[in-house]
Design a binder for this molecule. Structure first.
Ligand code: NAD
Length: 694
């Protein structure tokens, strides 16, 4: 019997089975909500039915809200009403779970009287990632099954958890006979778990059952647990409102009658939904989707199977690991056999570290290592589909590598370079296939950082772009397509940000003031601590090797001063800060050295507020971002924001630099940049013409 476009009800041996079929992920669209509600009413009214099962077709149980309905007027029935009807059902309701049961889908499962789950099913409440809290009883019901501590951890992190470890949540587990193997979802899981749920429902139809809201909360938690979580998350989820509100809602359910606490959850949910933070995080979610789209559809013929990585240094090792982790076979190429062995050792060492930290199993470690082999003979690369070059950052080196590759590789091989600054159009001239040459700019550590800038030159074919974008996605990365230009998008903007931090040092702000102002604003790490970590000399050398972007005596003068005094950062034990036994401390010599240079340029030291630091650094990003839009190196603001969220620790709750500029008022932003241009007369503050339309 059809209940709506996406839901039907069938009676099987006295059990009313409500089946959802809303591909691809059975999202909680309006027709799903209304269909389930109608199914409950009919099943409860039908004397032939003694128990109810809610299950899904396809690869997963309900995996959350329907993002197509985001931002629209919500239509009745609302999710809380559907879930209340489930909790109040006079006949017991069993959820048949498989795949990834997320958000509202998990709240629905929690609202049922029983849960049957396929082995390997994952559950989670990812609302905090959108600046929200679960708003349909998730914060109220989850603690009743898994206890307060686990509920706090799951809801405030938004992370998925395997139901295999949640024994009090799942009433029956279903095994597909592949126990112990990586159980990826299979289409037959839907019917397996639905059948098992029907049998389970029959066997429990006459049992006394308890509505989920009447379950007791396990009282095995410390009295000050909520306070300690508030403190912990004030650090870990710095500046974010939603995790704190989630704690409030969970605490309420331990103290108030269910309906009162549930009403409070709804109030907190609505406050989060209407917050600027949630708007920014929802924007970020769509910006990332947008960044991944709009490229030619790739075909199976451009599927990348085999990969070679040239250079087994810092980046090459990380890139090889990223590919092997996703099941690609990787040939690692070095200049001689000894360096090959060293490179492979470096990779083995990294896997051992991941194993020691519990991030991979012994089997995963050995499998990944078995996929990586080393060679110094280009003759072995004839049949490789994709080469990623990560050798020294030198044009002559790259050109020799690319022309050698061109001579041995099959015509369809794509050549990618991981260069940070070099002109890829020029690199491509060393081959006979410039349309197959592309940038694949990973960030360090390459096996951890999500961002990959996919650099399209003036010759790169759309097909090569889509094949590389698709491959990067398979690696679990966030690829963003950009154009050729010094530093592409991310590093070019980072240079503007760093330049402004350097100017502030000359004007009298200390490294710790600049870093702590930016960290309290939400950046993962302050710019000078980052510079010390990556080595101040790297950009110093780059500034000397390429014509400077700005010919100004103050341009990166503070950083240059550090380098010229042998203060290269962590690796020399001193840079902007001093490092003793790995501990960072402030060093008065830093400011003394910088003050000498400031005096030389006639720059007077003054008191600088944290707000000025934050404004200037962010405005520097925005103006440079607009310049990149003007030049066509960045496609749109969403791409820029995606880059900053995934490669530079920009706070998601602020959406990204371009979004932030718009959210705080583009006219204010333009006025501030104009003001800085007038006051400083520095070429870099010349307002981009594109600012008005970012
Ligand atoms: P690295 O010095 O650690 O490693 C370079 C490796 O390439 C060395 O092991 C070297 O032996 C090898 N090599 C040099 N010439 C070669 C050749 N002809 N054939 C094969 N192997 C060769 O350097 P890295 O930091 O890994 O940087 C590599 C590339 O990645 C550079 O282009 C760099 O600009 C870029 N990059 C670096 C970072 C970073 O944070 N380190 C980030 C993004 C991009």
């Amino acid at each position: 019997m059809f209940l709506s476009d996406t839901v039907n009800l069938v009676i099987e041996d006295g059990v009313g089975v409500i089946r959802v079929n809303n591909p691809p992920v059975n999202a909680l669209s309006h027709s799903v909500r209304s269909g389930i509600l109608a199914g409950l009413e009919q099943a409860n009214a039908n004397p032939d039915i003694s128990a109810i099962v809610i299950g899904c077709d396809g690869n997963t149980f309900i995996a959350g809200a329907d993002i197509k309905e985001f931002g629209q007027m919500p239509k009745t029935p609302h999710l809380p009403d559907v879930l209340q009807a489930i909790r109040n059902s006079v006949k017991p309701v069993t959820a048949a779970l498989h795949g990834t049961v997320l958000g509202g889908g998990f709240e629905l499962a929690l609202s049922c009287h029983y849960r049957v789950a396929m082995i390997g099913t994952k559950v989670g409440l990812p609302e905090v990632n959108l600046g929200l809290i679960p708003g349909a009883s998730g914060t109220q019901l989850l603690p009743r099954y898994v206890g307060v501590e686990k509920a706090l951890s799951m809801i405030t992190s938004g992370k998925m958890v395997s139901t295999d470890s949640l024994t009090d949540l799942i009433d029956m587990k279903v095994d597909d006979g592949r126990l112990g193997q990586a159980s990826s979802p299979l289409p037959e899981h839907a019917s397996l778990v639905n059948q098992a749920s029907i049998l389970f429902s029959q066997s429990t139809a006459n049992d006394v059952f308890v509505a989920p809201d009447k379950r007791d909360i396990p009282d095995s938690f410390e009295e000050n647990i909520f306070e300690s979580w508030r403190k912990k998350l004030a650090q870990k989820a710095k500046g974010q409102l939603a995790p704190q509100r989630a704690i409030d809602a969970i605490e309420a359910t331990t103290k108030l009658p269910f309906n009162e606490a549930l009403a409070l959850e709804r109030t907190l949910f609505l406050a989060c939904r209407d917050s600027e933070q949630s708007s920014a995080m929802r924007y970020a979610f769509f910006a990332e989707k947008q960044a991944a789209s709009g490229h030619a559809k790739s075909t199976s013929s451009d599927d990348i199977q085999s990969v070679a990585v040239i250079g087994a240094g810092t980046m090459g090792a990380g890139i090889a690991i990223a590919f092997a982790n996703s099941g690609y076979s990787v040939t690692l190429v070095e200049t001689n056999e000894d360096l090959c062995v060293l490179g492979l050792e470096r990779i083995r060492h990294q896997y051992q570290k991941m194993y020691d930290q519990g991030r991979v199993s012994e089997a995963q470690k050995e499998h990944a290592l078995s996929l990586i082999s080393g060679t110094s003979d280009y003759g072995n690369l004839a049949n490789i589909d994709l080469v990623v070059e990560a050798a020294f950052e030198k044009m002559s080196v790259k050109k020799i590598i690319f022309s050698s590759l061109d001579a041995v590789c099959k015509p369809s091989t794509i050549f990618a370079t991981n260069t940070s600054y070099l002109d890829i159009d020029e690199i491509a001239t060393s081959t006979t296939r410039p349309e197959q040459v592309i940038g694949m700019h990973f960030f360090s550590p390459a096996n951890v950082m999500k961002l990959v800038e996919v650099v399209k030159t003036r010759s790169t074919s759309e097909q090569a772009v889509s094949a590389v974008m698709k491959t990067a996605k398979r690696l679990g990365k966030v690829p963003v397509c950009v154009g050729v230009g010094f530093g592409f998008v991310g590093n070019r903007m980072y240079a503007a940000y760093g330049r402004e931090a350097n100017m502030l040092l000359l004007e009298g702000a200390s490294p710790e003031q600049i870093d702590s102002a930016m960290e309290s604003w939400g950046m993962a790490m302050g710019p000078l601590a980052v510079n010390d970590m990556s080595g101040i000399d790297i950009a110093y050398k780059a500034r000397r090797e390429y014509p400077p972007i700005y010919d100004d005596p103050a341009y990166f003068l503070a950083a240059d001063t550090m380098v010229e005094h042998g203060r290269l950062g962590r690796k020399t034990g001193v840079g902007f800060y001093r490092y003793e036994n790995g501990k960072k401390t402030n060093d008065p010599t830093t400011m003394a050295l910088i003050a000498i240079e400031a005096e030389r340029l006639g720059i007077e030291a003054r008191r600088i507020s944290d707000e000025e630091i934050q404004n200037r650094l962010v405005l520097a990003l925005v103006n440079e971002g607009a310049n990149l839009l003007e030049k066509g190196i960045a496609r749109n603001s969403e791409d820029i924001d995606t880059i900053w969220l995934n490669g530079y620790g920009f706070p998601r709750f602020r959406g990204g630099p371009m979004y932030y500029a718009k959210a705080t008022g583009i006219n204010n932003t333009i006025e501030s940049i104009n003001y800085l241009y007038r006051e400083t007369n520095k070429a870099w503050w010349q307002p981009s013409e594109k600012l008005e339309t970012i």
